[in-house]
Design a binder for this molecule. Structure first.
Ligand SMILES: Cc1cc2nc3c(=O)[nH]c(=O)nc-3n(C[C@H](O)[C@H](O)[C@H](O)COP(=O)(O)OP(=O)(O)OC[C@H]3O[C@@H](n4cnc5c(N)ncnc54)[C@H](O)[C@@H]3O)c2cc1C
Length: 452
């Protein structure tokens, strides 16, 4: 660390401790090692300090202090970005995890910038409402919602960002701004462009009446994977918008792969039972666990499967469909996994979000597609820093490249994926860059990557 950074850091910590209600943890402090950790244990970034903000005023103090000292910042919601973008090396981290309050004025929830999806789901559920989230409750709701939000309600209620109706921001000059229809460009940009315009201290999202969901898991042997994926693609393609399905590879107790389908049905239960039968008949299931449950229970069942305290490296592709060529590439990739913790997840983008015009939000791809997540995961004790597992993920991504659409889901694109980043926002990029120039001309904020 240069002398200049050391000086800046000391000054920033001194100033912030005087101005902030929340705690500031700096290099050398007892809690620093823990405070810099994020979900992906492979991320080993050393920010100069972490400011645990308690309020929008604390966020303003952090932004103004960093600005005055010409110091870089990053914003951390819940730290689930796999590349560790929320803990920028040698920067001041503006941590929002203490700001997780949720207020509901049916049908709108005001969600503080550091709330988890799980907390939003629980608050909505207590009011007999449902929030559009991802398949897990663990990520930050703001990081998820301002970039995308593929989840169990996608076909019926859109991406999480399609339900964003407003936000409160702290801008790069430290001013607070209420974003609603009075700032249509900025609201549009926040629906896909992520935290690139300011610190989102809270968001307004539309909730929906709660329903019992028919969901769970259907497990097939790997020998049947090709047949099941082929039939499943057909079944999902012709299903009603009440059905969303996540498909993927999971490990059996001996580490060998199996194929899972995890459906979520939000329509009438008897109709859902028919839809589940169709999915089961895609092969000869080894195990079926489907039940009617609350949305909260469905999400908690997925949370229980998230592997924590591991090292991760992600690759992603948008493929137009599960056609025979893609299926055989995915199956070959699944069979070549180098770690039993690694997985491939397929999320189908269909139904309601495809009816929103491509320029209706900043999100870059409104046609039907399958989001492929290639997740290399290994134990921290692995000797070679995960290079073999990372190579597995990169190789599969490269194999899929010629059959993929340009771009990719920005929440999962690492900085190395320059070609994909360049196309991630499609034709929306020019308007997005214009909003960036207007609200953050010096690129003080950097979140999910925007093409330059
Ligand atoms: C286990 C797991 C499951 C997931 N499941 C899904 C899923 O089902 N569907 C899906 O679409 N995605 C999913 N994701 C991806 C996830 O939505 C993104 O990684 C999201 O960005 C995480 O938000 P976070 O606040 O936890 O992350 P962080 O790492 O804290 O932040 C991510 C980015 O957003 C910025 N940011 C966060 N909060 C704010 C804020 N309040 N203001 C300004 N900028 C902010 C950060 O600076 C950073 O650049 C999953 C990720 C994990 C690890």
């Amino acid at each position: 660390m240069s002398q200049e950074i050391v000086r800046q850091a000391e000054q920033a910590v001194h100033d912030l401790r005087a101005k902030m209600q929340g705690r500031v943890t700096a290099r050398g402090d007892g809690g620093y090692e823990n405070a810099r950790k994020v979900w992906n244990c492979a991320v080993d970034h050393h920010p100069v300090a972490i400011a645990f903000c308690e309020s929008a005023e604390d966020v303003q103090a952090a932004v103004r202090t960093a600005r005055a000292l010409n110091m870089p910042v990053s914003v951390r919601g819940r730290g689930h970005d796999a590349t560790g973008r929320s803990v920028r090396p040698d920067a001041l981290v503006i941590d929002l995890s203490r700001m997780d309050d949720i207020q509901i004025d049916d049908p709108i929830a005001t969600v503080a910038g550091g709330a988890t999806a799980a907390k939003v789901i629980a608050a909505a559920s207590a009011r007999n409402l449902m929030a559009v989230t991802g398949w897990n409750g663990v990520p930050g709701m703001t990081g998820l919602t301002t970039v995308g939000g593929y989840g169990p309600l996608i076909a019926s209620h859109g991406l999480a960002l399609d339900n964003l109706t407003g936000a409160e921001l702290v801008l790069a000059d430290g001013q607070r701004l209420t974003v609603d229809q009075n700032h249509p460009d900025l609201l549009w940009a926040l629906q896909g462009g992520g935290g690139n315009f300011g610190v989102v201290t809270s968001m307004k999202i539309r909730l929906h009446p709660a329903r019992q969901v028919l969901g769970g898991t259907i497990l097939f042997s790997w020998d049947e994977a090709e047949t099941v994926l082929t039939r499943c693609a057909k079944a999902i393609g012709s299903a009603s918008n009440n059905l969303s399905v996540v498909t993927g590879v999971m490990s059996l107790p001996d580490g060998s792969p199996a194929l899972f389908l995890a459906p979520a049905w939000t329509g009438e239960i008897p109709d859902g039972e028919i839809a589940m039968e169709v999915l089961k008949r895609c092969g000869n299931p080894m195990h079926v666990e489907i039940a009617s449950m609350s949305y909260q229970d469905l999400i908690q069942s997925f949370d229980a499967r998230v592997a924590n305290e591991k090292h991760y490296a992600l690759e992603t592709r948008w493929i137009p469909a599960l056609n025979p060529e893609a299926i055989s590439a995915l199956i070959a990739g699944g069979a070549r996994r180098t770690s039993p913790f690694s997985t491939i997840i397929l999320q189908h983008f269909r139904g309601l979000p495809t009816q929103i015009p491509p320029d209706g939000t900043a999100f870059g791809l409104r046609r039907e597609h399958v989001l492929v997540e290639i997740i290399a995961c290994w134990d921290p004790t692995d000797a070679d820093n995960g290079s073999v597992h990372k190579r597995w993920a990169r190789d599969l991504s490269q194999t899929l490249a010629p059959m993929s659409l340009p771009g990719g889901y920005p929440n999962l694109l690492g900085p190395h994926a320059r070609d994909q980043i360049a196309h991630a926002y499609g034709d929306n990029i020019r308007r997005l860059q214009a909003v960036k120039r207007r609200f953050d001309p010096d690129s003080f904020f950097s979140a999910t990557p925007l093409p330059v």
